[in-house]
Design a protein around this ligand. Sequence first.
Ligand SMILES: [Ca+2]
Ligand SMILES: [Ca+2]
Ligand SMILES: [Ca+2]
Length: 560
Amino acid sequence: MRISDTSDLWWKTGVVYCLDVQTFMDWDDDGMGDFVGLTERLDYLADLGVTCLWLMPFYPTADGDDGYDITDYYGVDPRLGSAGDFVEFVRTARDRGMRVIVDLVVNHTSERHPWFRSARSSRTSPYRDFYIWRDDEPPDTSKDVVFPDKEDSLWEHDEKTGSWYFHRFYRSQPDLNITNAKVRDEILKAMGYWLELGISGFRVDAVPFIIETTGVDAEELARFHDPHAYLRELRSFVGRRTGDGILLGECNLPHKDQKTFFGGADGDELTMQFDFIGMQHLYLSLARGDARPLVRALQRRPKVAEESQWATFVRNHDELTLDKLKPAERDEVFAAFGPEPDMQLYGRGLRRRLPPMLDGDPRRLRMVYSLLFSLPGTPVLFYGEEIGMGENLDVEGRLAVRTPMQWTAERNGGFSRARPSRLVRPVVEGPFGPEHVNVADQRRDRDSLQSFLKLLIKRYRESPELGWAQFAVLDQPHRNVLAHECAHDERRIVSLHNLAPTSCTVPLALDGCDASYTLIDLLHEGTEYALDDRGRAEVELEGYGYRWLRLMSRDSRRLA
Ligand SMILES: [Ca+2]
Ligand SMILES: [Ca+2]
Ligand SMILES: [Ca+2]
């Protein structure tokens, strides 16, 4: 890797920050976050060090699924601002060194989208074939629904034309018929529109469901026989329009299927994918204080093409899904991090943020974020993680983790000066509320979680081997410790993480090293470890301790 490769393939060493404009900063005090408020906070985000902002949906919406039910692919929800405000935001973000990607939600539209209004009005509507219809009674699909608390079928009967339409998610979100070339053209056109406004790509919602063909008939299937060809088309379109734009795909699938969605060895489909398997096993490892489940998950990650990249995360905007764990494993995680039924969702996940799950233990919290940033891949943060925000379980379902950003200790956490009853969503209350957890207090405190996250982001950005390397586990005797090395060319980092509360000593033996090498601790100023003539060292780890150790040879010109 030449250092300039890290700017060509910028996503491999980026730090992504996900936010919802609606809950980030309300500048006109109507209780709803807006683009002007977000733009006012860009200097904060630039100072944090993140390099790519992922905006959750901000389009006109029927607002039945927090914006994931779109009524116009070419607009900005007027409550959040205007198209002009969007452009001002993107331009200012880029000036501050941050790219912007936006949510692409094209598995379905809102039932109130003009296409669906027309489609359901008559069997001869020009938009009829934009959606998936059947005339006969559908079979029982109650086991296939994504939201079992709200839906019991993938098909909804529609009075006007006496037929059923297909919906993978809520009944208010009819699936688009991807086998229809006109639909595919419309999707490209919408992407082209936003790309022209200066964004750097998309976080693609529910990718496997976009290209699935459940419910379509044989004739439709025949005209869409290679769904992955369509993903290749999307990727090359983004490439042609931007040069270096990306598709960050949401595919909660087994690793081998994810490899297919990357485009296999060619790497010509999704640029990045979230590592849901790694994330779920991280929680199993945390629950057990045993690194082995995480190690196995990481070792089973398929090797992917150089341009492809894993996106790592500990929390996102959805429930913390544990669907890929075995039932007994899932129960262990529930018992450790969300024992109350009210903390759980859909029988498969947790609607909590990380700090309350760890009882606010600062040592453990730091260890987890240190681990996240040390794993090979590109870390993705969800807004508020940098200050240790909690959830509000009084808010329904997945929205419990989507409460307003906590800027100050003042009313509404400084998010808005509207009356609290007018806020888009209530703020967190209790020990993780704004009185105790806010940006203003933490940004000037060198010992705060936010200062620690800033340090991690800085060190991660200075260590491109973390984004580019293969993952290698180092042999050592403690099952509560993850010792791994990320090496790319001559750049090497050894990371140690202790998942248990007891201290221990980790013996290391590093390949190809001798006494001319030193390990420089990147997170604890002024600490270093000499290696002996066989490349060995011993490193003390306190309970929940963590180390990032840069391996430096005597003649290296790298800044430690
Ligand atoms: Ca507002
Ligand atoms: Ca929203
Ligand atoms: Ca679909």
